[in-house]
Design a protein around this ligand. Structure first.
Ligand SMILES: [Zn+2]
Ligand SMILES: [Zn+2]
Length: 133
């Protein structure tokens, strides 16, 4: 279950609000830059806030970009999958239970104990592919 936002620390809440407003992934330093005026001035503060948010499933880390994005899906697992536009940077969360099931089946098939799933698709979003055509 998702934790209520009232249980978040004030710093985590600020970081979450910022990410939630943006559909584009932000690095810890982007976040630090934006929140500097609201009293978050040290990188460890941002990292701690992000860690708490990732743990609660409110925010996902996009490994290939080393950036963070708010969860807009309705799933309760931490293994988010993303399609990331290489032109505008928009990250679309792929919330597809069939894919999660398939990955679990593949694990069984290859007798592989999967601990983390990272699936990141790179390409052009709808808006950007229209512009290039
Ligand atoms: Zn999500
Ligand atoms: Zn795009």
């Amino acid at each position: 279950m998702r934790a209520k936002s009232t249980e978040l620390s004030p710093h985590s809440q600020k970081v979450y609000d910022l990410l939630n407003k943006s559909h584009k992934p932000m690095s810890a330093y982007d976040i630090l830059g934006k929140l500097h005026s609201s009293g978050i001035k040290a990188p460890p503060t941002v990292y701690r806030a992000l860690e708490a948010l990732v743990e609660r499933g409110l925010v996902h880390r996009i490994e290939s970009l080393n950036a963070f994005v708010a969860c807009h899906g309705d799933h309760h697992d931490h293994n988010a999958k993303f399609a990331v536009c290489r032109n505008c940077g928009e990250a679309v969360e792929i919330d597809e239970p069939k894919l999660t099931k398939l990955i679990a089946e593949l694990g069984k098939k290859f007798k592989f104990h999967i601990e983390r799933e990272m699936l990141e698709l790179s390409g052009l979003c709808f808006a950007c592919s229209g512009k290039k055509a």
